[in-house]
Design a protein. Structure first.
Length: 211
């Protein structure tokens, strides 16, 4: 009888999913949803500004131009003048050019990947704010599949939006968990990714010190 009781007590423990396993499953589920929702964009082409921002941009075709990306506007490599100064966005295009050449599918894959990463950071932030992993998972699933992101994900030049979301949400998380130093650094990265030369207005220009 004692042995049977011991076995019956062990069964529920074996049937439970550990917190670590649940987290991994949640991450994989969110990622799968993201690629399922936007996977059909991989067969897209270079359209609109993609041609000048990416396809015809000579600065993206050689790693020697990395310092130039931090001095010139985003369209300088295509012989155009603009007020867009987004070196980190340009670096992602340069990495795509190195990996995929002119294979447009690779650029679309990177866009989806960045969107998925932003959605995972959103999941992390939601878990902190809601203090409920289940509610955070629901919110992240809604975020990763919402059609409002269609242009930002399917349009190669639109990747500035998921890049900005990634760094902005990450900065907010570090502010909540670790104070102002790291969050301010990530906030500066967000400024570089998401805006031209003018400061952004959707977040404060400085972070107050946490008590």
């Amino acid at each position: 009888m004692k042995q049977r009781r011991a076995i019956s007590r062990e069964v529920p423990k074996r049937g439970r999913i550990s917190a670590h396993s649940a987290m991994i499953l949640s991450v994989l589920f969110i990622a799968a949803l993201g690629f399922l929702a936007y996977g059909n964009s991989i067969d897209g082409k270079f359209i609109w500004d993609d041609k000048t921002f990416v396809r015809d941009n000579a600065f993206l075709k050689d790693w020697r131009y990395i310092p130039t990306l931090f001095r010139e506007n985003l369209l300088a490599g295509a012989g155009r003048s603009s007020s867009f100064f987004r070196p980190f966005q340009a670096l992602t295009y340069m990495a795509d050019t190195y990996l995929w050449g002119q294979g447009v599918r690779g650029y679309h894959f990177t866009n989806i990947l960045i969107h998925v990463l932003a959605s995972l950071v959103f999941f992390w932030l939601a878990a902190i704010l809601f203090e409920s992993r289940l509610l955070a998972l629901f919110a992240a699933c809604l975020f990763v599949t919402h059609p409002v992101h269609t242009e930002a994900v399917c349009y190669i030049t639109g990747r500035a939006d998921p890049l900005a979301a990634f760094w902005m949400l990450l900065a907010f998380i570090f502010y909540l968990k670790r104070g102002s130093t790291k969050s301010a650094a990530l906030f500066l990265l967000w400024c570089s990714v998401s805006r031209a030369r003018s400061p952004p207005r959707s977040m404060p220009s400085s972070f107050p010190r946490s008590s």
